[in-house]
Write a protein that binds this ligand. Sequence first.
Ligand code: ATP
Ligand code: BTN
Length: 258
Amino acid sequence: MSNDGLFATALIKVERLKVVDSTNEELKRRIAVINLERPIVIAAEEQTAGRGRRGRTWLNSNGAVLMSIAVPLDGIMPECFPLVNHAAAVAVSRVLRELGADTRIKWPNDILIGEAKVCGILSDLVFDRKNFPCAIIGIGINANADSMPDGLMYPAVSLKLVLGHEVDVNYLIETIGNRVFSCVQMFKEGNARELLNDYAVECSTIGREITVVPCTGDEWSGFAVEIADDGRLMVRDDQGVMHMIDAADVSVRRDNSK
Ligand code: ATP
Ligand code: BTN
């Protein structure tokens, strides 16, 4: 993927909301009753029911980015939908790096600084009124919080805590809206492998010993080898058998002891 595409700003208009249950849910409701022909971006100051993956909760932190981007998925095979998430992760990680944050992507959908989560991405596949597929890409970034919410399962951090100064949330929302859209467009135009190569460069899961935690069944350990063309993680177990890991089915923990 060339950088030119990333910087080609489509100048998407962002609609601001004060409080909403979830920006992803809000876009789902809207898309069900329209024909989505161009992207929509909404951002909220607060969510009352922010969602993470697999029914988990996304908690508000002070001065956060809480936004969702709806993109029509014309011309994309449904099995390629997970790659939308990867496109968004590359775009967001790059924007945060430009601010000076040393971000890495934790497969499939987290942006970390060191071992702490600064951003989560949740992509939903939905259908508009004409039954055309659309992606809703939800992005939550801990931006200007001085402390992280209580009750998180894993370490979290804000940009302010890392950079030592406040960040411009409006700039982040506008820039990320446009960059995510550009990245998804490039992927739609057939640059999936290039996108995945970019993703792999930024992904700290690859080349590490990891623990795979399935939704059901026992956890196991292996070595994260690479990202497959469909976005799944290729993991070699201790017996040398390669497994294709689907993001919907597992959590991945990095094994820092090896
Ligand atoms: P994995 O992606 O490997 O399953 P995960 O913990 O990142 O692990 P998600 O499915 O992405 O799991 O679920 C959302 C996670 O984000 C939960 O662990 C939740 O505690 C955490 N979380 C919720 N709000 C915040 C926040 N503001 N900052 C950082 N993390 C948060
Ligand atoms: C995750 O880490 O599991 C994904 C978290 C995604 C959070 C964002 S905040 C904006 C959008 N609205 C939601 O309800 N979730 C996403």
